[in-house]
Design a protein around this ligand. Structure first.
Ligand code: ADP
Ligand code: MG
Length: 242
Protein backbone atom coordinates (compact mmCIF):
# COMPACT_ATOMS: atom_id res chain seq x y z
CA UNK A 1 0.00 0.00 0.00
CA UNK A 2 2.86 2.34 0.87
CA UNK A 3 6.34 1.75 -0.44
CA UNK A 4 9.46 3.88 -0.11
CA UNK A 5 12.51 2.71 -1.99
CA UNK A 6 15.96 4.26 -1.57
CA UNK A 7 14.46 7.54 -0.44
CA UNK A 8 16.93 10.26 0.42
CA UNK A 9 15.87 13.64 1.79
CA UNK A 10 18.23 16.47 2.68
CA UNK A 11 17.64 19.87 4.17
CA UNK A 12 20.76 21.79 3.16
CA UNK A 13 23.63 19.52 4.13
CA UNK A 14 21.56 17.71 6.77
CA UNK A 15 20.72 14.26 5.35
CA UNK A 16 17.48 13.47 7.16
CA UNK A 17 16.58 10.26 5.33
CA UNK A 18 19.38 8.19 3.90
CA UNK A 19 18.43 5.64 1.20
CA UNK A 20 15.41 4.66 3.27
CA UNK A 21 13.44 1.57 2.28
CA UNK A 22 10.19 0.65 3.95
CA UNK A 23 6.84 -0.79 2.97
CA UNK A 24 3.45 -1.17 4.57
CA UNK A 25 0.96 -3.74 3.35
CA UNK A 26 -2.74 -2.88 2.91
CA UNK A 27 -4.71 -2.67 6.12
CA UNK A 28 -1.68 -2.88 8.37
CA UNK A 29 -1.03 -0.52 11.27
CA UNK A 30 2.58 0.53 11.51
CA UNK A 31 4.06 2.73 14.22
CA UNK A 32 7.21 4.79 13.68
CA UNK A 33 9.26 5.42 16.79
CA UNK A 34 12.62 7.06 17.30
CA UNK A 35 14.33 10.10 18.74
CA UNK A 36 13.24 13.62 17.90
CA UNK A 37 14.80 14.70 14.62
CA UNK A 38 15.10 11.17 13.22
CA UNK A 39 12.92 12.01 10.21
CA UNK A 40 9.52 10.54 11.19
CA UNK A 41 7.51 13.67 10.38
CA UNK A 42 9.47 14.15 7.17
CA UNK A 43 8.32 10.72 5.95
CA UNK A 44 4.67 11.56 6.61
CA UNK A 45 5.05 15.00 5.01
CA UNK A 46 6.52 13.46 1.87
CA UNK A 47 3.55 11.09 1.69
CA UNK A 48 1.28 14.14 1.94
CA UNK A 49 3.35 15.78 -0.84
CA UNK A 50 4.27 18.60 1.56
CA UNK A 51 7.95 17.73 1.07
CA UNK A 52 9.70 16.29 -1.94
CA UNK A 53 12.40 13.60 -1.71
CA UNK A 54 15.79 14.34 -3.31
CA UNK A 55 15.89 10.84 -4.77
CA UNK A 56 14.14 7.51 -4.58
CA UNK A 57 10.67 6.21 -5.30
CA UNK A 58 7.48 6.51 -3.28
CA UNK A 59 4.37 4.54 -4.25
CA UNK A 60 0.93 4.56 -2.67
CA UNK A 61 -1.94 2.23 -3.50
CA UNK A 62 -0.39 1.29 -6.83
CA UNK A 63 0.22 4.89 -7.96
CA UNK A 64 3.53 6.66 -7.93
CA UNK A 65 3.92 9.82 -5.82
CA UNK A 66 7.60 10.35 -6.70
CA UNK A 67 8.89 10.60 -9.29
CA UNK A 68 5.61 11.28 -11.06
CA UNK A 69 3.76 13.83 -13.11
CA UNK A 70 1.40 16.22 -11.36
CA UNK A 71 -1.72 14.29 -12.37
CA UNK A 72 -0.55 10.90 -11.11
CA UNK A 73 0.77 12.51 -7.92
CA UNK A 74 -2.58 14.14 -7.25
CA UNK A 75 -4.31 10.80 -7.82
CA UNK A 76 -2.03 9.02 -5.35
CA UNK A 77 -2.23 11.88 -2.87
CA UNK A 78 -6.02 11.63 -2.77
CA UNK A 79 -5.77 8.21 -1.13
CA UNK A 80 -3.99 9.63 1.90
CA UNK A 81 -5.27 11.55 4.91
CA UNK A 82 -3.25 13.06 7.71
CA UNK A 83 -3.90 14.22 11.26
CA UNK A 84 -1.39 16.65 12.73
CA UNK A 85 -0.18 17.33 16.26
CA UNK A 86 -1.62 20.86 16.15
CA UNK A 87 -5.04 19.90 14.64
CA UNK A 88 -4.69 22.49 11.82
CA UNK A 89 -8.45 23.05 11.55
CA UNK A 90 -9.70 25.99 9.50
CA UNK A 91 -10.36 28.52 12.31
CA UNK A 92 -12.94 30.59 10.44
CA UNK A 93 -15.17 27.65 9.48
CA UNK A 94 -17.71 25.70 11.47
CA UNK A 95 -16.98 22.13 12.50
CA UNK A 96 -19.29 20.87 9.77
CA UNK A 97 -17.68 23.05 7.12
CA UNK A 98 -14.21 21.91 8.17
CA UNK A 99 -15.27 18.38 7.29
CA UNK A 100 -17.22 19.10 4.09
CA UNK A 101 -14.75 21.52 2.50
CA UNK A 102 -12.27 19.05 1.00
CA UNK A 103 -14.82 16.48 -0.22
CA UNK A 104 -16.71 19.29 -2.01
CA UNK A 105 -13.62 20.97 -3.46
CA UNK A 106 -11.32 18.04 -4.14
CA UNK A 107 -13.75 15.18 -4.76
CA UNK A 108 -16.57 17.24 -6.28
CA UNK A 109 -19.23 15.90 -3.90
CA UNK A 110 -22.37 17.99 -3.78
CA UNK A 111 -22.88 19.83 -0.54
CA UNK A 112 -25.82 17.72 0.68
CA UNK A 113 -23.93 14.52 0.20
CA UNK A 114 -20.81 15.93 1.85
CA UNK A 115 -22.93 17.07 4.83
CA UNK A 116 -24.56 13.67 5.20
CA UNK A 117 -21.11 12.07 5.21
CA UNK A 118 -19.83 14.67 7.70
CA UNK A 119 -22.74 14.13 10.09
CA UNK A 120 -22.14 10.37 10.10
CA UNK A 121 -18.51 11.04 10.94
CA UNK A 122 -19.40 13.57 13.65
CA UNK A 123 -21.60 10.87 15.12
CA UNK A 124 -18.65 8.46 15.03
CA UNK A 125 -16.37 10.93 16.85
CA UNK A 126 -19.10 11.90 19.32
CA UNK A 127 -19.52 15.54 18.24
CA UNK A 128 -22.74 15.69 16.25
CA UNK A 129 -24.16 18.35 18.58
CA UNK A 130 -21.15 20.65 17.90
CA UNK A 131 -21.61 20.86 14.13
CA UNK A 132 -22.06 24.62 14.18
CA UNK A 133 -19.27 25.42 16.64
CA UNK A 134 -16.01 27.10 15.62
CA UNK A 135 -12.76 25.25 16.39
CA UNK A 136 -11.79 27.72 19.13
CA UNK A 137 -15.00 26.90 21.00
CA UNK A 138 -13.88 23.29 21.36
CA UNK A 139 -11.38 21.60 23.68
CA UNK A 140 -8.15 20.28 22.17
CA UNK A 141 -9.49 16.73 22.33
CA UNK A 142 -12.67 17.74 20.52
CA UNK A 143 -10.66 19.64 17.89
CA UNK A 144 -8.51 16.59 17.30
CA UNK A 145 -11.60 14.40 16.93
CA UNK A 146 -12.91 16.86 14.31
CA UNK A 147 -9.53 16.67 12.54
CA UNK A 148 -9.83 12.87 12.49
CA UNK A 149 -13.36 13.13 11.05
CA UNK A 150 -12.07 15.61 8.47
CA UNK A 151 -9.37 13.18 7.36
CA UNK A 152 -11.85 10.27 7.16
CA UNK A 153 -14.29 12.33 5.09
CA UNK A 154 -11.95 11.89 2.12
CA UNK A 155 -12.29 8.10 2.48
CA UNK A 156 -8.53 7.63 2.57
CA UNK A 157 -6.88 4.25 2.06
CA UNK A 158 -3.99 5.42 4.22
CA UNK A 159 -4.22 7.49 7.39
CA UNK A 160 -1.12 9.26 8.71
CA UNK A 161 -1.09 10.23 12.38
CA UNK A 162 1.73 12.46 13.60
CA UNK A 163 1.88 12.63 17.40
CA UNK A 164 -1.81 13.44 17.44
CA UNK A 165 -2.12 13.46 21.24
CA UNK A 166 1.09 15.34 22.04
CA UNK A 167 -0.58 18.76 22.21
CA UNK A 168 -3.49 17.58 24.38
CA UNK A 169 -4.08 18.01 28.08
CA UNK A 170 -3.49 14.62 29.74
CA UNK A 171 -7.16 14.05 30.55
CA UNK A 172 -8.12 14.42 26.88
CA UNK A 173 -5.64 11.91 25.50
CA UNK A 174 -7.61 8.75 26.28
CA UNK A 175 -10.70 9.83 24.31
CA UNK A 176 -8.68 10.44 21.15
CA UNK A 177 -6.73 7.19 21.50
CA UNK A 178 -9.96 5.23 22.05
CA UNK A 179 -11.38 6.73 18.88
CA UNK A 180 -8.25 5.73 16.93
CA UNK A 181 -8.36 2.22 18.39
CA UNK A 182 -11.93 1.86 17.20
CA UNK A 183 -11.03 3.14 13.71
CA UNK A 184 -8.13 0.67 13.63
CA UNK A 185 -10.35 -2.28 14.50
CA UNK A 186 -13.49 -1.34 12.54
CA UNK A 187 -12.01 -0.20 9.19
CA UNK A 188 -9.49 -1.57 6.72
CA UNK A 189 -7.60 1.73 6.51
CA UNK A 190 -3.82 1.38 6.46
CA UNK A 191 -2.37 3.42 9.33
CA UNK A 192 1.06 4.98 9.75
CA UNK A 193 1.40 6.37 13.17
CA UNK A 194 4.08 8.39 14.96
CA UNK A 195 3.45 8.35 18.68
CA UNK A 196 5.09 8.39 22.08
CA UNK A 197 2.07 6.59 23.56
CA UNK A 198 3.71 3.21 23.79
CA UNK A 199 0.71 1.38 25.26
CA UNK A 200 -1.41 2.61 22.38
CA UNK A 201 1.34 1.65 19.91
CA UNK A 202 1.48 -1.82 21.40
CA UNK A 203 -2.32 -2.17 21.17
CA UNK A 204 -2.87 -1.12 17.59
CA UNK A 205 0.39 -1.89 15.76
CA UNK A 206 1.10 -4.88 13.62
CA UNK A 207 4.63 -3.64 13.27
CA UNK A 208 6.91 -1.06 14.90
CA UNK A 209 9.76 0.62 13.01
CA UNK A 210 12.56 2.17 15.02
CA UNK A 211 14.26 5.10 13.27
CA UNK A 212 17.63 6.55 13.90
CA UNK A 213 19.80 8.79 11.72
CA UNK A 214 17.55 8.51 8.69
CA UNK A 215 17.24 4.74 8.62
CA UNK A 216 15.08 1.99 10.08
CA UNK A 217 17.49 0.35 12.49
CA UNK A 218 15.07 -2.24 13.83
CA UNK A 219 11.56 -3.44 13.05
CA UNK A 220 9.19 -6.12 14.21
CA UNK A 221 6.08 -6.97 16.18
CA UNK A 222 5.42 -4.59 19.08
CA UNK A 223 5.76 -7.36 21.70
CA UNK A 224 9.24 -8.08 20.39
CA UNK A 225 10.49 -4.49 20.01
CA UNK A 226 9.11 -3.28 23.32
CA UNK A 227 10.16 -6.21 25.47
CA UNK A 228 13.26 -7.51 23.76
CA UNK A 229 14.85 -4.97 21.42
CA UNK A 230 17.99 -6.06 19.63
CA UNK A 231 19.61 -2.69 19.11
CA UNK A 232 21.31 -0.77 21.89
CA UNK A 233 19.91 2.46 20.41
CA UNK A 234 16.34 1.07 20.65
CA UNK A 235 16.92 0.04 24.27
CA UNK A 236 18.14 3.54 25.13
CA UNK A 237 15.21 5.17 23.38
CA UNK A 238 12.60 2.94 25.01
CA UNK A 239 14.29 3.37 28.37
CA UNK A 240 13.82 7.12 28.00
CA UNK A 241 10.15 7.09 26.86
CA UNK A 242 8.59 4.10 28.66
P1 ADP B 1 11.00 13.82 13.79
O1 ADP B 1 9.59 13.96 13.34
O2 ADP B 1 11.50 12.40 13.80
O3 ADP B 1 11.27 14.51 15.09
P2 ADP B 1 11.58 15.53 11.53
O4 ADP B 1 11.22 14.74 10.35
O5 ADP B 1 10.64 16.59 11.97
O6 ADP B 1 11.94 14.54 12.73
O7 ADP B 1 12.95 16.26 11.28
C1 ADP B 1 14.11 15.57 10.87
C2 ADP B 1 15.24 16.57 10.67
O8 ADP B 1 14.94 17.40 9.57
C3 ADP B 1 15.49 17.49 11.84
O9 ADP B 1 16.89 17.66 11.95
C4 ADP B 1 14.85 18.78 11.43
O10 ADP B 1 15.48 19.87 12.01
C5 ADP B 1 15.03 18.76 9.93
N1 ADP B 1 13.95 19.48 9.22
C6 ADP B 1 12.66 19.11 9.15
N2 ADP B 1 11.95 19.96 8.40
C7 ADP B 1 12.83 20.90 7.96
C8 ADP B 1 12.73 22.06 7.11
N3 ADP B 1 11.54 22.40 6.56
N4 ADP B 1 13.83 22.77 6.88
C9 ADP B 1 15.02 22.41 7.42
N5 ADP B 1 15.20 21.33 8.21
C10 ADP B 1 14.13 20.58 8.48
MG1 MG C 1 7.95 14.80 14.28
Amino acid sequence: MVELRDVTKRFGDNTVLDDLCMSVRPGRHVTLIGPSGSGKTTILRMLMTLERPDSGTIRVNGSTLYPAGEKERREARRKIGMVFQQFNLFPNMSVLRNITEAPVRALGLDRDEAEARALDLLDLVGLKDRRDARPNQLSGGQQQRVAIARALAMRPKVLLLDEVTSALDPELVAGVLDLLRSIATSTDITMLCVTHEMTFARDISDEVLMFDSGKVIESGAPEKIFSDPVHERTREFLGAVL
